[in-house]
Design a protein around this ligand. Sequence first.
Ligand code: UFG
Length: 346
Amino acid sequence: MQNKENEPMHILVTGGAGYIGSHVVRQLSQMQDIKITVIDNLCGGYFDSISELKLLFQSDRFEFLNVDLNDFGRVEELFKDSKFDGVIHFAAHLQVGESVLNPLKYYMNNTVNTTHLIHMCQKYEVNKFIFSSTAAVYGEPSKMPIRETTPTAPINPYGMSKLMSELVLQDAARANQDFKYVILRYFNVAGASMDNSIGECHIHETHLIPLIVHAAIGKREKIMMFGADYPTPDGSCIRDYVHVEDLASAHIQAWHYLNEGHESDVFNCGYGHGYSVKEVIDMVKRVSGVNFKVEIALRREGDPAELIADNLKIKNIMGWKPKYDDLELICKNALNWEQKMTKKGT
Ligand code: UFG
């Protein structure tokens, strides 16, 4: 894959050491003639992913820089020094609860720093931008599945900070016909790489599947089920869990889509069906063979009863073909990964 100057395409990946970012970089490594610069401030994750990723690239094709996006001077130097062909932007804060307690942390990093990044792209004529957004932009829609045309109405600063970045991106693209974006709105990403070399490792874990797995391997005493009185068949919340490898492949499709010269657009990224918290707990019990303790707790503030993606658009327009739509596989991968991390003492 080459740019106009017949040089390898050079992609800047922000947050490329993180959970989703590292899986995308790994899949990008399989494409010939691609150069990757990852910038990450290593604030929230699994630092070993960088050494795993370095192994996949020849050294002249991969560069890692410990850069914080709020260091505007350093970010601009980078744009001046490297002729990027596109940006895949993951770096963000992602905890809903924290965003309610500390909204400015979210607006500063997720919105202000993203706005600056978009500004750099336009200033240095980097005209392809893939943005990691979230189903949280929809808030609590009453109709399932959620389509991209479902009104956006975030109910927490995290979702709002991402939606604001989407709006900046859309306005910036409207004013500059050369600049094209793909916004991917992720549903509930889970699992680990198929070869168990990279996976999820947040310093303050709040997501359901890793927490259940922690209960299964004895890293925590029990799992709390936040609410059993929702208007769902078993009373617990339903989510659309997407395997991280499939989510990563959506980014590869998005990169091809932009390179083929298509128009900017927004796509949901989910499987189009969901599982309840109880079903996920039962699945982890089954694959681990451990009957860990489950406690029913009060509802967690801001949790919608159900979030399911309508994924026809990404399948039809971008040709996304998910391969791992299988809760058992997702839970097994998550379990294997946590077992490996525990052995390593992480
Ligand atoms: N849950 C529990 N116990 C726990 C943790 C979670 O019962 O210990 C429940 C939650 O209440 C929720 C479900 O499990 O009903 C999933 O919760 P997660 O925290 O794993 O994920 P969320 O659905 O809250 O949010 C995630 C991402 C968001 C994204 C959303 C889209 O973090 O960015 O999925 O569906 F917007």
